[in-house]
Write a protein that binds this ligand. Sequence first.
Ligand code: ADP
Ligand code: MG
Length: 186
Amino acid sequence: MPIKYEKESSFLSSEEIRSIEEWTSEMKKYPLLIPIVKRKIAQRTLEIPHKNIGNGLNRMVYDLGNGYVLKIALSEIGLISNAQEFRLYHFSHPDIQQYLCPVMEKGQGWIVMKKMDHKASMNLVNLQKLSDLIIKFLLHGIVPVDLKLANIALTHDNEMVVIDYGLFIKTLYGKTVDSNDYIHSE
Ligand SMILES: Nc1ncnc2c1ncn2[C@@H]1O[C@H](COP(=O)(O)OP(=O)(O)O)[C@@H](O)[C@H]1O
Ligand SMILES: [Mg+2]
């Protein structure tokens, strides 16, 4: 299903959207640069008046200051990850959706996601919960590629929520939710 990109946002100004779109087309000129250099070039193009609170290999993350974060793609994989997080969050079975950090909006090169404040620390209880979670994803037809404690946050009720699931793969057997029906593919 082709992704429809929003030109308007409840979270971003039109200048912010325009500067991200500009960066997204510029980004394609530098496929081989290492992330740290790309980040520097991106910051010259981007007009984002928010604090940069996280960086991965493929995305930069800004705190919007209202309980949400903005994830901007730094590479083609970043674009794919943004699209996949939007799709998985919005089309997954509710049993699985509860473990995915909510994605509110998507645009060309960006998504807005709920901000999580508590990362899961490395201990036996969390490692056991992580392996239970991996099995849950697999049973729902989702291969949780790159799922590790570093990509997991905890809610106030100590429930695990994945904040980086852009590389997860949905197999043919993964159920999606569409209106009131569960169907077998998007
Ligand atoms: N929902 C979130 N709430 C708070 N911090 C986040 C959130 N999503 C990502 N981050 C921070 O930004 C970093 C990079 O984001 P991530 O999604 O892992 O990017 P990448 O796809 O490049 O690995 C994360 O390691 C984390 O520190
Ligand atoms: Mg990451």
